[in-house]
Design a protein. Structure first.
Length: 371
Protein backbone atom coordinates (compact mmCIF):
# COMPACT_ATOMS: atom_id res chain seq x y z
CA UNK A 1 0.00 0.00 0.00
CA UNK A 2 1.27 3.47 -0.85
CA UNK A 3 2.80 5.49 1.94
CA UNK A 4 0.18 7.89 3.37
CA UNK A 5 2.65 10.76 3.64
CA UNK A 6 3.70 10.32 0.02
CA UNK A 7 0.04 10.17 -1.09
CA UNK A 8 -0.65 13.53 0.57
CA UNK A 9 2.72 14.96 -0.42
CA UNK A 10 3.75 15.99 3.10
CA UNK A 11 6.75 15.29 5.30
CA UNK A 12 6.53 12.69 8.04
CA UNK A 13 6.75 15.41 10.68
CA UNK A 14 4.03 17.52 9.03
CA UNK A 15 1.70 19.31 11.42
CA UNK A 16 -2.05 18.51 11.52
CA UNK A 17 -2.73 21.84 9.78
CA UNK A 18 -0.31 21.00 6.95
CA UNK A 19 -1.96 17.60 6.54
CA UNK A 20 -5.40 19.23 6.42
CA UNK A 21 -4.31 21.78 3.79
CA UNK A 22 -2.72 19.07 1.63
CA UNK A 23 -5.85 16.94 1.77
CA UNK A 24 -8.15 19.82 0.86
CA UNK A 25 -5.96 20.78 -2.09
CA UNK A 26 -5.90 17.23 -3.46
CA UNK A 27 -9.60 16.66 -2.78
CA UNK A 28 -10.54 19.68 -4.86
CA UNK A 29 -8.50 18.26 -7.77
CA UNK A 30 -9.57 14.61 -7.55
CA UNK A 31 -13.18 14.67 -6.30
CA UNK A 32 -15.46 12.65 -8.68
CA UNK A 33 -17.75 15.66 -9.12
CA UNK A 34 -14.81 17.66 -10.54
CA UNK A 35 -12.65 14.98 -12.13
CA UNK A 36 -14.73 12.04 -13.46
CA UNK A 37 -11.74 9.95 -14.63
CA UNK A 38 -11.26 6.45 -13.18
CA UNK A 39 -7.66 7.17 -12.18
CA UNK A 40 -8.78 10.30 -10.35
CA UNK A 41 -11.46 8.31 -8.53
CA UNK A 42 -8.91 5.77 -7.30
CA UNK A 43 -6.51 8.53 -6.31
CA UNK A 44 -9.28 10.29 -4.42
CA UNK A 45 -9.94 7.13 -2.40
CA UNK A 46 -6.25 6.82 -1.55
CA UNK A 47 -6.03 10.47 -0.56
CA UNK A 48 -9.16 10.20 1.59
CA UNK A 49 -7.92 7.06 3.34
CA UNK A 50 -4.48 8.59 3.93
CA UNK A 51 -6.02 11.69 5.47
CA UNK A 52 -8.39 9.62 7.64
CA UNK A 53 -5.39 7.87 9.17
CA UNK A 54 -3.02 10.82 9.52
CA UNK A 55 -5.63 13.27 10.82
CA UNK A 56 -6.34 11.02 13.81
CA UNK A 57 -3.47 11.18 16.36
CA UNK A 58 -3.97 7.62 17.60
CA UNK A 59 -4.13 6.10 14.13
CA UNK A 60 -1.19 8.21 12.97
CA UNK A 61 0.88 7.06 15.94
CA UNK A 62 0.10 3.40 15.20
CA UNK A 63 0.90 3.96 11.53
CA UNK A 64 4.23 5.63 12.32
CA UNK A 65 5.10 2.66 14.55
CA UNK A 66 4.26 0.26 11.74
CA UNK A 67 0.91 -0.86 13.14
CA UNK A 68 -2.46 -1.41 11.45
CA UNK A 69 -3.66 1.63 9.54
CA UNK A 70 -6.83 0.14 8.18
CA UNK A 71 -9.26 1.81 10.57
CA UNK A 72 -11.07 4.23 8.34
CA UNK A 73 -11.85 7.70 9.60
CA UNK A 74 -13.95 10.58 8.27
CA UNK A 75 -13.20 12.75 5.28
CA UNK A 76 -13.60 15.93 7.26
CA UNK A 77 -11.24 18.22 9.14
CA UNK A 78 -8.74 16.60 11.49
CA UNK A 79 -8.71 17.49 15.15
CA UNK A 80 -6.36 20.19 16.24
CA UNK A 81 -8.10 22.22 18.90
CA UNK A 82 -11.49 23.50 19.98
CA UNK A 83 -12.45 24.52 16.41
CA UNK A 84 -12.23 20.89 15.24
CA UNK A 85 -14.28 19.67 18.19
CA UNK A 86 -17.06 22.13 17.36
CA UNK A 87 -16.82 21.20 13.68
CA UNK A 88 -17.19 17.54 14.57
CA UNK A 89 -20.26 18.01 16.72
CA UNK A 90 -22.01 20.84 14.89
CA UNK A 91 -20.64 21.15 11.35
CA UNK A 92 -20.35 17.79 9.64
CA UNK A 93 -22.82 15.32 11.05
CA UNK A 94 -25.68 15.79 8.58
CA UNK A 95 -26.47 13.81 5.45
CA UNK A 96 -29.63 11.89 6.13
CA UNK A 97 -28.21 8.52 7.30
CA UNK A 98 -28.60 6.68 10.55
CA UNK A 99 -25.81 4.83 12.29
CA UNK A 100 -25.26 1.41 10.73
CA UNK A 101 -27.85 1.87 7.98
CA UNK A 102 -27.00 3.28 4.51
CA UNK A 103 -29.32 5.59 2.63
CA UNK A 104 -31.60 4.17 -0.03
CA UNK A 105 -31.23 5.53 -3.53
CA UNK A 106 -34.95 4.99 -4.04
CA UNK A 107 -36.96 7.96 -2.86
CA UNK A 108 -40.55 9.07 -3.34
CA UNK A 109 -41.07 11.38 -6.29
CA UNK A 110 -42.35 14.92 -5.97
CA UNK A 111 -46.00 15.87 -6.34
CA UNK A 112 -47.03 17.68 -9.52
CA UNK A 113 -49.64 20.41 -9.99
CA UNK A 114 -51.47 21.03 -13.27
CA UNK A 115 -54.18 23.61 -13.96
CA UNK A 116 -57.28 22.45 -15.81
CA UNK A 117 -59.52 24.98 -17.57
CA UNK A 118 -63.21 24.02 -17.68
CA UNK A 119 -66.40 25.50 -19.07
CA UNK A 120 -69.60 25.84 -17.08
CA UNK A 121 -71.02 23.03 -19.20
CA UNK A 122 -68.18 20.76 -18.01
CA UNK A 123 -69.13 21.61 -14.44
CA UNK A 124 -72.81 20.74 -15.01
CA UNK A 125 -72.23 17.28 -16.42
CA UNK A 126 -68.63 16.35 -15.60
CA UNK A 127 -66.08 15.73 -18.35
CA UNK A 128 -63.35 13.30 -19.44
CA UNK A 129 -59.97 14.84 -20.13
CA UNK A 130 -56.61 13.58 -21.41
CA UNK A 131 -54.05 15.84 -19.77
CA UNK A 132 -50.46 16.27 -20.96
CA UNK A 133 -48.04 16.27 -18.02
CA UNK A 134 -44.31 17.00 -18.22
CA UNK A 135 -42.74 15.08 -15.32
CA UNK A 136 -40.01 12.59 -14.43
CA UNK A 137 -40.70 9.04 -15.61
CA UNK A 138 -38.90 5.72 -15.14
CA UNK A 139 -35.80 5.33 -17.29
CA UNK A 140 -36.56 2.59 -19.80
CA UNK A 141 -32.88 1.78 -20.30
CA UNK A 142 -31.98 0.88 -16.72
CA UNK A 143 -35.51 0.48 -15.29
CA UNK A 144 -34.54 2.57 -12.27
CA UNK A 145 -31.33 0.69 -11.38
CA UNK A 146 -29.21 3.77 -12.31
CA UNK A 147 -26.64 1.40 -13.82
CA UNK A 148 -25.65 0.71 -17.39
CA UNK A 149 -27.37 -2.55 -18.49
CA UNK A 150 -25.28 -5.56 -17.49
CA UNK A 151 -23.69 -3.78 -14.54
CA UNK A 152 -24.71 -3.21 -10.95
CA UNK A 153 -23.73 -1.11 -7.90
CA UNK A 154 -20.67 -2.24 -5.95
CA UNK A 155 -20.05 -2.03 -2.25
CA UNK A 156 -18.17 1.10 -1.25
CA UNK A 157 -14.61 0.14 -0.29
CA UNK A 158 -14.29 3.11 2.06
CA UNK A 159 -17.28 2.52 4.35
CA UNK A 160 -17.68 -1.19 3.43
CA UNK A 161 -21.39 -0.77 2.70
CA UNK A 162 -22.41 0.96 5.94
CA UNK A 163 -22.82 4.37 4.32
CA UNK A 164 -20.94 5.95 7.22
CA UNK A 165 -17.45 6.44 8.46
CA UNK A 166 -16.32 6.92 12.03
CA UNK A 167 -13.95 9.38 13.56
CA UNK A 168 -12.26 9.25 16.92
CA UNK A 169 -11.88 12.74 18.29
CA UNK A 170 -9.90 13.60 21.38
CA UNK A 171 -11.79 16.08 23.55
CA UNK A 172 -11.65 17.33 27.11
CA UNK A 173 -13.87 14.38 28.03
CA UNK A 174 -11.62 11.82 26.39
CA UNK A 175 -11.87 10.09 23.00
CA UNK A 176 -15.26 10.48 21.33
CA UNK A 177 -16.34 8.37 18.33
CA UNK A 178 -18.68 10.09 15.89
CA UNK A 179 -20.27 8.91 12.63
CA UNK A 180 -20.60 10.87 9.40
CA UNK A 181 -21.92 10.02 5.93
CA UNK A 182 -19.27 8.54 3.71
CA UNK A 183 -18.12 11.17 1.22
CA UNK A 184 -17.22 8.57 -1.40
CA UNK A 185 -20.65 6.93 -1.72
CA UNK A 186 -22.67 9.86 -0.30
CA UNK A 187 -24.07 7.61 2.42
CA UNK A 188 -25.58 4.99 0.07
CA UNK A 189 -23.13 2.23 0.95
CA UNK A 190 -22.59 1.46 -2.74
CA UNK A 191 -21.11 3.23 -5.71
CA UNK A 192 -22.13 3.00 -9.36
CA UNK A 193 -19.01 2.50 -11.49
CA UNK A 194 -20.95 2.55 -14.77
CA UNK A 195 -23.93 4.92 -14.58
CA UNK A 196 -26.73 4.54 -17.10
CA UNK A 197 -25.94 6.74 -20.11
CA UNK A 198 -29.62 7.55 -20.72
CA UNK A 199 -30.53 8.94 -17.28
CA UNK A 200 -26.98 9.78 -16.10
CA UNK A 201 -27.38 7.45 -13.14
CA UNK A 202 -30.63 8.97 -11.87
CA UNK A 203 -32.97 6.09 -12.71
CA UNK A 204 -35.47 8.51 -14.27
CA UNK A 205 -35.77 10.94 -17.16
CA UNK A 206 -38.08 13.84 -17.96
CA UNK A 207 -40.77 13.15 -20.51
CA UNK A 208 -44.25 14.21 -21.54
CA UNK A 209 -47.00 11.72 -20.77
CA UNK A 210 -50.76 11.62 -20.95
CA UNK A 211 -52.96 11.19 -17.90
CA UNK A 212 -56.64 10.35 -18.44
CA UNK A 213 -59.12 11.51 -15.82
CA UNK A 214 -62.87 11.77 -15.37
CA UNK A 215 -63.55 15.15 -13.79
CA UNK A 216 -66.79 14.91 -11.79
CA UNK A 217 -69.68 17.34 -12.04
CA UNK A 218 -69.96 20.05 -9.43
CA UNK A 219 -66.32 21.17 -9.26
CA UNK A 220 -65.55 24.86 -8.92
CA UNK A 221 -62.66 27.26 -9.37
CA UNK A 222 -59.84 26.65 -6.88
CA UNK A 223 -60.77 23.04 -6.18
CA UNK A 224 -57.87 20.57 -6.32
CA UNK A 225 -58.39 16.99 -7.41
CA UNK A 226 -55.80 14.49 -6.18
CA UNK A 227 -54.60 11.58 -8.31
CA UNK A 228 -52.48 9.39 -6.01
CA UNK A 229 -49.40 7.91 -7.66
CA UNK A 230 -49.69 9.96 -10.86
CA UNK A 231 -46.95 12.47 -10.05
CA UNK A 232 -43.21 12.24 -10.68
CA UNK A 233 -41.39 8.94 -10.33
CA UNK A 234 -38.78 9.07 -7.59
CA UNK A 235 -34.99 8.83 -7.93
CA UNK A 236 -33.76 5.32 -8.72
CA UNK A 237 -37.29 4.31 -9.71
CA UNK A 238 -38.80 5.25 -6.35
CA UNK A 239 -42.58 5.43 -5.90
CA UNK A 240 -44.47 8.15 -7.72
CA UNK A 241 -45.69 11.27 -6.00
CA UNK A 242 -49.25 12.50 -6.46
CA UNK A 243 -50.73 14.63 -9.23
CA UNK A 244 -52.99 17.54 -8.29
CA UNK A 245 -55.37 19.13 -10.78
CA UNK A 246 -56.37 22.69 -9.92
CA UNK A 247 -59.70 23.60 -11.51
CA UNK A 248 -60.44 26.94 -13.16
CA UNK A 249 -63.96 27.50 -14.51
CA UNK A 250 -64.34 30.12 -17.24
CA UNK A 251 -67.23 32.62 -16.88
CA UNK A 252 -70.28 31.99 -19.07
CA UNK A 253 -71.90 34.70 -21.15
CA UNK A 254 -75.46 33.84 -20.07
CA UNK A 255 -75.46 31.62 -17.00
CA UNK A 256 -73.86 31.96 -13.58
CA UNK A 257 -73.66 29.62 -10.61
CA UNK A 258 -75.28 29.85 -7.21
CA UNK A 259 -74.40 26.69 -5.30
CA UNK A 260 -75.94 23.87 -7.32
CA UNK A 261 -78.35 26.22 -9.13
CA UNK A 262 -77.85 28.08 -12.38
CA UNK A 263 -78.96 31.68 -12.72
CA UNK A 264 -80.05 33.53 -15.85
CA UNK A 265 -81.86 36.75 -16.74
CA UNK A 266 -84.73 36.85 -19.23
CA UNK A 267 -85.59 40.18 -20.81
CA UNK A 268 -89.35 40.54 -21.34
CA UNK A 269 -91.06 43.37 -23.17
CA UNK A 270 -93.61 45.49 -21.36
CA UNK A 271 -96.39 44.05 -23.54
CA UNK A 272 -95.38 40.44 -22.82
CA UNK A 273 -95.16 41.25 -19.12
CA UNK A 274 -98.71 42.63 -19.23
CA UNK A 275 -100.28 39.91 -21.35
CA UNK A 276 -98.07 36.94 -20.50
CA UNK A 277 -96.30 34.81 -23.11
CA UNK A 278 -94.51 31.51 -23.84
CA UNK A 279 -90.86 31.34 -24.80
CA UNK A 280 -88.27 28.66 -25.49
CA UNK A 281 -84.75 29.28 -24.12
CA UNK A 282 -81.52 27.38 -24.66
CA UNK A 283 -80.26 25.89 -21.41
CA UNK A 284 -76.90 24.15 -21.09
CA UNK A 285 -78.52 20.80 -21.83
CA UNK A 286 -81.05 21.71 -24.51
CA UNK A 287 -84.17 23.83 -25.15
CA UNK A 288 -86.53 24.59 -22.26
CA UNK A 289 -90.10 25.97 -22.55
CA UNK A 290 -91.01 28.82 -20.19
CA UNK A 291 -94.42 30.23 -19.37
CA UNK A 292 -94.37 33.91 -18.44
CA UNK A 293 -97.52 34.63 -16.49
CA UNK A 294 -99.72 37.63 -17.15
CA UNK A 295 -98.70 40.66 -15.08
CA UNK A 296 -95.20 39.35 -14.24
CA UNK A 297 -93.13 41.88 -12.34
CA UNK A 298 -89.46 42.83 -12.71
CA UNK A 299 -87.39 40.61 -10.41
CA UNK A 300 -89.90 37.74 -10.41
CA UNK A 301 -88.31 34.35 -10.82
CA UNK A 302 -89.23 31.35 -12.94
CA UNK A 303 -87.72 28.05 -11.74
CA UNK A 304 -87.04 25.03 -13.97
CA UNK A 305 -86.43 22.00 -11.76
CA UNK A 306 -83.46 19.71 -12.36
CA UNK A 307 -81.69 21.88 -14.96
CA UNK A 308 -78.91 23.07 -12.65
CA UNK A 309 -75.61 21.48 -11.57
CA UNK A 310 -75.10 17.97 -10.31
CA UNK A 311 -73.46 18.35 -6.88
CA UNK A 312 -69.94 17.06 -6.34
CA UNK A 313 -71.17 14.53 -3.82
CA UNK A 314 -74.71 13.71 -4.79
CA UNK A 315 -77.03 12.89 -7.67
CA UNK A 316 -79.93 15.37 -7.45
CA UNK A 317 -79.30 18.23 -9.84
CA UNK A 318 -79.97 21.80 -8.84
CA UNK A 319 -82.44 24.11 -10.60
CA UNK A 320 -82.28 26.71 -13.34
CA UNK A 321 -83.62 29.98 -11.92
CA UNK A 322 -84.57 32.62 -14.45
CA UNK A 323 -85.11 36.19 -13.24
CA UNK A 324 -87.46 38.38 -15.29
CA UNK A 325 -86.31 41.81 -16.37
CA UNK A 326 -89.10 43.93 -17.85
CA UNK A 327 -87.81 46.13 -20.67
CA UNK A 328 -89.65 49.44 -21.04
CA UNK A 329 -89.46 51.07 -24.51
CA UNK A 330 -87.55 54.32 -24.47
CA UNK A 331 -88.95 55.66 -27.76
CA UNK A 332 -92.57 55.44 -29.05
CA UNK A 333 -94.03 56.68 -32.31
CA UNK A 334 -97.11 58.95 -31.99
CA UNK A 335 -99.60 56.15 -32.67
CA UNK A 336 -98.07 53.81 -30.09
CA UNK A 337 -97.88 56.60 -27.55
CA UNK A 338 -101.58 57.33 -28.08
CA UNK A 339 -102.42 53.67 -27.51
CA UNK A 340 -100.45 53.62 -24.25
CA UNK A 341 -102.20 56.79 -23.10
CA UNK A 342 -105.54 55.19 -23.88
CA UNK A 343 -104.48 52.13 -21.89
CA UNK A 344 -103.53 54.36 -18.98
CA UNK A 345 -106.98 55.98 -19.01
CA UNK A 346 -108.70 52.59 -19.06
CA UNK A 347 -106.63 50.95 -16.31
CA UNK A 348 -106.36 54.10 -14.19
CA UNK A 349 -102.98 53.01 -12.60
CA UNK A 350 -102.06 54.41 -9.22
CA UNK A 351 -99.62 57.32 -9.39
CA UNK A 352 -96.03 56.69 -8.33
CA UNK A 353 -95.68 56.47 -4.56
CA UNK A 354 -93.31 55.17 -1.92
CA UNK A 355 -94.16 51.62 -0.91
CA UNK A 356 -93.52 49.92 2.42
CA UNK A 357 -89.77 49.36 2.90
CA UNK A 358 -88.53 45.75 2.47
CA UNK A 359 -84.91 45.34 3.72
CA UNK A 360 -84.19 42.30 1.55
CA UNK A 361 -85.60 43.69 -1.67
CA UNK A 362 -82.38 45.24 -3.03
CA UNK A 363 -80.19 42.25 -2.26
CA UNK A 364 -82.86 40.01 -3.76
CA UNK A 365 -82.87 42.00 -6.98
CA UNK A 366 -79.08 41.98 -7.17
CA UNK A 367 -79.14 38.22 -6.80
CA UNK A 368 -81.75 37.83 -9.52
CA UNK A 369 -79.89 39.76 -12.14
CA UNK A 370 -76.27 38.88 -11.51
CA UNK A 371 -74.43 36.93 -14.18
Amino acid sequence: MADHYEVLGVARDASPEEIKKAYRRLARQLHPDVNPGEDASEQFKLVTHAYDVLSDPDQRQRYDLGGDSGAFGGAGAGFGGFSDIFETFFGGGGGGTRAGRPRSRRERGQDALVRVDLTLGDVVFGVHRDIEVDTAVLCETCQGSCCQPGTQPVTCDICHGSGQIQRTVRSLLGNVVTSQPCTTCQGYGTTIPYPCSTCQGQGRVRARRTVSIDIPAGVETGLRLQLPGSGEVGPAGGPNGDLYLEVTVAPHDVFSRDGDDLLATLEVSMIDAILGTSVTIDSLDGPVDLEIRQGVQAGDEVTIRGRGITPLRGEQRGDLRVAVQVVTPSHLDPKSRALVQELAKRTRPAPPHLAEFHPGLFSKLRGKFKR
